[in-house]
Design a protein around this ligand. Structure first.
Ligand code: PLP
Length: 282
C-alpha cells in the first residue's frame, strides 16, 4: 500500500524478545526527515501482541511527539479482542497532543464477525478525511448502504456479547498455546489480544520429513518449508512467518471451533514428533 502511494516502506522489527512489540528506541532510530507516517497496529495481526499499559504506549507517543512531522495511522481493528483483564488504549488517548495528526482506522470485521459486510471506517483530521472521501468516491464509489446500516446497528447495539465471546476466545487461545508448547520443536508465547498465535518453529528447522510423508526425506530449511510439511502431511493450513517479515514463525488463527483447533493441534504435534534428525538451533 505504501509503494502504491509512491512511498518507501520501512519495516521496524518487533522482536519476540519484546513480546513482538515495537521498542521506542527502534522507532526513534527509524524516523528520518522524510518519514510521513507510523502505521501502528495493536492488538496485532499476526502476533496478537498488544501494548498493555499507558506507560508502554507512552514511550512510543513520546517519540512521536519529538518528531512533529510524523503522522500516526492506528489500526484499532482488534480493540475489543483482549484478554486477562487487559485494558485497551489507543495512541491519541495516551497522548492527546497527537490528536491532530492521528488517523484512527477500525472496522466491523473482527469484533462483530462481519467480515463479509466490508465496512471499515476512519476518524482523523478533517482535510485528510475529505481527501480520502474524494479518492474513494472516484474509485470504489461507496460501501453499500445495507452494510452501512448493519454496521451502525453493530456499533450502537448491545455490546454485552463481546465479553462472553472473549471468554470463549481466551479458552481457545490457552488451548492452542498449551498444545503447541507440547509439540516437539515449537515454542509459543501467550498473546494478549486479537485471535492469532505466532509460534516459533526454530526447533524444527534442520530436521528431515519422515520417509512415508508426501515429500519424504526433505530437510526443513525455513518456516515456509515447515507450513508446507504441515499442509501436505496433515492437512493443516497455517501462514508462514516470512510472509509477515518475521521468521522462523507461523501464524494460526484461533477464530474457529474448539474441536477443529484441538484436532489441528494434535496433528501438528504428530507432524513435529515424526520429524527426524537434529534441529539446526539445537
Ligand atoms: C489489523 C487488521 N486491520 C484491518 C484488517 C482488514 O479487515 P477487513 O478488510 O475485513 O475490513 C485486518 C484483517 O485481517 C486486520 O488484521
Amino acid at each position: 500500500m505504501t509503494l502504491l502511494a509512491e512511498g518507501t516502506p520501512v519495516i521496524v522489527d518487533c522482536p519476540e524478545s519484546n513480546d513482538f512489540k515495537l521498542r521506542a528506541e527502534d522507532l526513534d532510530a527509524a524516523i528520518t526527515p522524510k518519514t510521513k507516517w507510523l502505521i501502528f497496529n495493536s492488538p496485532s495481526n499476526p502476533t496478537g501482541g498488544a501494548y498493555s499499559s499507558h506507560d508502554e504506549l507512552k514511550a512510543l507517543t513520546d517519540v512521536l511527539l519529538k518528531h512533529s512531522h510524523v503522522y500516526v495511522m492506528t489500526d484499532d481493528m482488534y480493540e475489543h479482542l483482549v484478554y486477562d483483564g487487559f485494558e485497551y488504549v489507543t495512541p491519541a488517548q495516551v497522548e492527546p497532543r497527537l490528536y491532530d495528526r492521528t488517523l484512527t482506522v477500525n472496522g466491523v470485521s473482527k469484533a462483530y464477525a462481519m467480515t463479509g459486510w466490508r465496512i471499515g471506517y476512519a476518524g482523523g483530521p478533517k482535510d485528510l478525511i475529505k481527501a480520502m472521501a474524494k479518492v474513494q468516491s472516484q474509485s470504489t464509489s461507496n460501501p453499500c448502504s445495507i452494510s452501512q446500516a448493519a454496521a451502525v446497528e453493530a456499533l450502537n447495539g448491545d455490546q454485552s456479547f463481546l465479553q462472553e465471546r472473549n471468554a470463549v476466545f481466551k479458552q481457545r487461545r490457552n488451548l492452542v498455546v498449551d498444545m503447541l508448547n507440547e509439540a516437539e520443536g515449537i515454542s509459543c508465547i501467550t498473546p494478549e489480544g486479537a485471535f492469532y498465535v505466532y509460534p516459533s518453529c526454530a526447533g524444527c528447522i534442520g530436521k528431515t520429513t519422515p520417509p512415508n510423508s508426501p515429500n519424504g526425506g526433505k530437510v526443513i530449511e525455513s518456516d515456509e518449508d515447515f507450513v508446507t510439511y504441515l499442509l501436505e502431511s496433515e492437512g493443516v493450513a497455517c501462514v508462514h512467518g516470512e510472509a509477515f517479515g518475521l521468521s522462523p514463525h507461523f501464524r494460526i488463527s484461533y477464530a474457529t471451533s474448539t474441536e477443529a483447533l484441538t484436532e489441528a493441534c494434535k496433528r501438528i504435534q504428530r507432524a513435529c514428533a515424526a520429524l527426524q534428525g537434529e534441529a539446526k538451533a539445537a
